[in-house]
Design a binder for this molecule. Structure first.
Ligand code: G1P
Length: 300
């Protein structure tokens, strides 16, 4: 079994769910507390032992590459001014030289197509896919949790979480086979089924470990739901040919591609910070109390 060394980050999207914030700024550069969203996913990948990172980008997304690059002028200036903490945090955002590759997805043809754009970097090795819009606040970073399962079972491993049945049309949904309550074998996968067609309420979330053969399936360019090349459909073709497991995880998921998830992530991650938690609590307490009172008054 080959070790996992590569991770693909599909970051070509326009971020229309966050307009006007993302009219100019890539959505992945919006900050949760004081870090761009993409940096959380990069740190998660590196914590899982990933050494080769592939950004699948598009026009207007170069800010992201700059963020992870060295910035000599800035470092020298911070150093001259004795800004030790700031210098350390700027340098902590670097990806080591030679570990980042950027490839372009010139047209938004779907998540499967975005992943396929990375095929010449991935080559014949297993790889992870991280959808950076989604942040997972877990004791053990989520990709590292999946790597443990991958080391045990091999093949393909995807993270899943239970969603209310009326939300299945927003996600890829797993048809589970043998299931111990945490890990299930995957018997089928359906992209965004209507509730009455959904085989379960186990939704695919944005963390995957996949075998390179999925690239061969994606090469066919078959379109699925929404007229797009769907990663879910390509993965489904591997079932029965390779081990395929779905893993539930402990922790919170925040969909930062949407406004409510983004705001909630800022609060949740802020409350994790020893240097900020009490100030955030103090600032929010009267706001929440007032909101509560207003809602009580307007209730019928
Ligand atoms: C994508 C995948 C879907 C998955 C979801 C997780 O959908 O196609 O299977 O459940 O990410 O966020 P998207 O949200 O890009 O429409």
């Amino acid at each position: 079994m080959k070790p996992l060394r590569t991770a693909v980050f599909p970051v070509a999207g326009l971020g229309t769910r966050s307009f006007p914030a993302t009219k100019v700024i890539p959505k992945e550069m919006l900050t949760v507390v004081d870090k761009p969203i993409i940096q959380f996913a990069v740190e998660e990948a590196r914590a899982a032992g990933i050494e080769s990172l592939v950004f699948v980008t598009s026009r207007g997304k170069t800010l992201m590459e700059d963020h992870f690059d060295q910035h000599r002028e800035l470092y020298e200036m911070l150093d001259r001014r004795g800004k030790v903490v700031e210098l350390a945090s700027a340098r902590a955002a670097e990806i080591p030289v030679g570990q980042l590759t950027c490839v372009r997805q010139p047209e938004p043809l779907g998540l499967g197509h975005a992943v396929w754009c990375a095929r010449n970097v991935v080559r014949d090795e297993p790889f992870a896919v991280l959808l950076p819009d989604e942040l997972f606040l877990c004791e053990k970073p989520l990709l590292a949790q999946l790597v443990e399962i991958y080391n045990e079972y091999g093949g393909n491993v995807i993270a899943v979480s239970e969603v209310p049945k009326d939300q299945t049309a927003r996600y890829g949904i797993v048809d589970p086979g043998e299931d111990d309550g945490r890990i299930a074998t995957v018997r089928g996968l359906v992209e965004k089924p209507e509730p009455h067609e959904a085989p379960s309420n186990l939704s695919i979330v944005g963390r995957y470990i996949l075998q390179p053969q999925v690239m061969d399936v994606l090469s066919r360019g078959s379109v699925g739901k929404g007229g797009e090349v769907q990663l879910t459909d390509a993965m489904a073709r591997l079932i029965g040919l390779q081990p395929f497991h779905a893993a539930r995880f402990e922790g919170h998921r925040f969909d930062c591609g949407g406004r409510a998830g983004f705001v909630a992530a800022n609060v949740a991650y802020g409350l994790q910070r020893p240097d900020l938690a009490s100030a955030i609590r103090a600032a929010l307490a009267p706001v929440l109390a007032e909101d509560e009172q207003r809602r009580a008054e307007t209730l019928p």
